[in-house]
Design a protein around this ligand. Sequence first.
Ligand code: HEC
Length: 155
Amino acid sequence: MKSLILPAVTAATLGLSFQPALADEAGEAAMAARHGEMSLMAHALGILGGMAKGQVEYEKIKAEAAAETLYVVSSIDQHLLWPEGSEAGALDGSRAKAEIWTNMDDFTAKWNSLHTATEAMKTAAGESQQAIGAAMGAVGGACSACHKAYRTPAS
Ligand code: HEC
């Protein structure tokens, strides 16, 4: 009896622990990648925000680099970065709300509207501090519209 049950139990245990581990690894890699894109954008937006407020000196070359970063990052196709099972609660460190996966069209639309706002920022960045200030609202608004809907509050 024992010799038959033990291998079966061992296999079941392995099966149970091995599969979620694989899913976690893929989820964690995707989460790290999306945290990376978000950090790149936060860095760029911080520089533009500082310029708009006059806390960072307006330098055309830096303003354009920051706006280009926002534009390019927001043009990345998001399909690889949000695998199912990588939401907050399922994956440590994730603040992605489960609603992303039930409203993927809206989530994608919000991502695309950020991209549209960054086009205007690209033009503004080459012009002046004032123009950056005028373009900030639409970009910042696009970030926070998505965060409000699809990111869990900071704990
Ligand atoms: C379409 C939705 C969407 C848009 C647009 C968006 N974000 Fe996010 N952002 C998220 C979600 C969801 C998370 C949580 C992801 C996670 O923890 O897995 C997040 C997380 C972040 C984080 C935390 C990253 C980390 O390392 O934990 C930062 C910073 C951030 N976003 C900045 C920005 C900035 C700046 C913009 C605009 C320029 C922006 N985001 C636009 C959805 C969005």
